[in-house]
Design a protein around this ligand. Structure first.
Ligand code: AMP
Ligand code: MG
Length: 403
């Protein structure tokens, strides 16, 4: 079977995936969620003409020539507006955030005045509008402030609170069930008998899922038997996505595909033209009243994490309806890269975005057994299939690992 290009495989994974339903969350829990309905301001901001400084609200005409002495007729503090309007040669003591009284049209800063009993002498003129933040200057009622599909930042949460929302409609987090498989795998932290290794993939993958905006659900470590795999798979019925690692190739102990098929999955087995990560499959099954996507990742931890970045992260982005999924960026190579073979190569490397254009340095040793080089990397450098040798300065696509 011909190897499938990565872009085609990704397209097949994404083509049926649509945005999940919305749910309402308190603003305190909105950060990092994806907005499901636009934020449309319910108020003008500021809601009234407000003073930007501590000083005196005046009529600019009254202080056209200075010094000018005015009668102080009241006070307007934040949350304590002056109840009245300003007559000729009158001033109101005002504080930052205080409402500017009717008929006042400037605020003179305190530093430009001297107060004496019931009067204040203004020493500097002020233009009409000086030190006043007019009603609606920042944003107006009914203004669209944030579009749906936005991954909410701290600033988005702040403005949502400013414009009258106590809660937001966000897309439900995709639940991603994660299943490890292999007789050699031991729960991390437990001592290893001869021939055993720590089952690390689930922990890295769960972190990737959470980072991408999903909710990870670790099912456990299945043994290399159909019965064990099927038992674990049956605990995944509620998930939107089922991710397995290991047992994905064609060895005698690679039983994940048949186990998934027994559980009702229809599989497209993709041998992908990708390095690392050739044995990867994708399919789906109807379970728990919905379509569940099944992604079979290789067991090799480096390959599993790289394939998760390439295929699982965009799938989660699609289920969230993200306006800007975690796409590749351009960067210039800092040194040469040798010619590539027929599989697209995802090279671990270091991206430096402090320069323009950003620069990227792939590591020299790309052995897929080196978990440490994955840990040290902050990106994947995408070298197209059959690319000729590339010289320093060539623009390449780069996937950030920390999204
Ligand atoms: P497999 O795809 O099952 O043949 O696994 C390929 C390699 O990845 C083998 O060396 C496995 O021991 C290793 N491997 C499989 N699953 C995991 C895991 N969850 N954590 C760490 N290594 C794994
Ligand atoms: Mg195995």
């Amino acid at each position: 079977m011909a190897l499938l290009p990565v872009s085609v495989a990704l397209q097949r994974i994404l083509e049926n995936a649509t945005t999940l339903n919305a749910e309402t969350v308190d603003l305190l829990h909105a950060h990092g969620r994806t907005l499901a309905s636009p934020v449309i301001s319910k108020v003008d901001n500021p809601p009234f003409d407000a003073s930007a400084m501590d000083g005196y609200a005046v009529r600019a005409d009254d202080i056209a020539s200075v010094p000018a002495t005015l009668n102080v007729v009241g006070e307007s503090g934040a949350g304590h507006p002056f109840d009245g309007s300003l007559g000729k040669s009158e001033a109101v003591r005002i504080f930052t955030g205080g409402r500017v009284p009717d008929d006042a049209d400037a605020v003179v800063i305190q530093e430009n005045t001297t107060a004496s009993g019931p009067t204040v002498t203004v020493l500097e003129t002020a233009k009409c509008g000086a030190n006043i933040r007019p009603k609606g200057q920042d944003f107006a009622k009914d203004e669209r402030l944030i579009e749906r599909g936005r991954l909410l930042t701290a600033r988005d949460v702040l403005i949502s609170a400013s414009c009258g929302y106590g809660e937001l409609s966000v897309v439900r987090k995709p639940v991603v069930a994660i299943l490890s498989s292999g007789d050699e795998l031991v729960t991390p932290g437990k001592p290893l008998a001869l021939g055993q290794i720590s089952g690390s993939n689930a922990y890295g993958l769960a972190s990737v899922v959470e980072m991408a905006g999903g909710k990870a659900h670790f099912l456990g470590i299945a043994r290399d038997s159909l019965a064990s795999l099927e038992e674990f798979i049956s605990a995944a019925d509620d998930a939107d996505v089922l991710v397995t690692s290991g047992g994905a190739s064609v060895g005698d102990h690679d039983l994940v595909r048949p186990a998934l098929e027994n559980a009702g999955a229809k599989l497209d087995f993709y041998k992908i033209a990708m390095r690392p990560g050739k044995p990867l499959f994708f399919g789906s099954r109807h379970v728990g009243g919905k379509l569940q996507y099944c992604l079979g990742l290789p067991g090799n931890p480096v390959a599993a994490m790289i394939c998760a970045r390439v295929f699982l992260v965009p799938l989660i982005g699609r289920l969230l309806g993200l306006e800007k999924p975690f796409q590749a960026i351009d960067a210039a190579l800092t040194g040469p890269v040798p010619a590539n073979g027929p599989r697209e190569h995802y090279m671990r490397g270091l991206l430096d975005v402090s320069t323009s254009p950003a620069r990227v340095t792939p590591f020299t040793n790309q052995d897929s057994g080196l978990v440490k080089s994955l840990q040290r990397a902050n990106c994947l450098v995408v070298i197209p299939a059959d690319a000729p040798s590339l010289h320093a300065g060539t623009t390449v696509k780069v996937l950030r690992l920390d999204i």
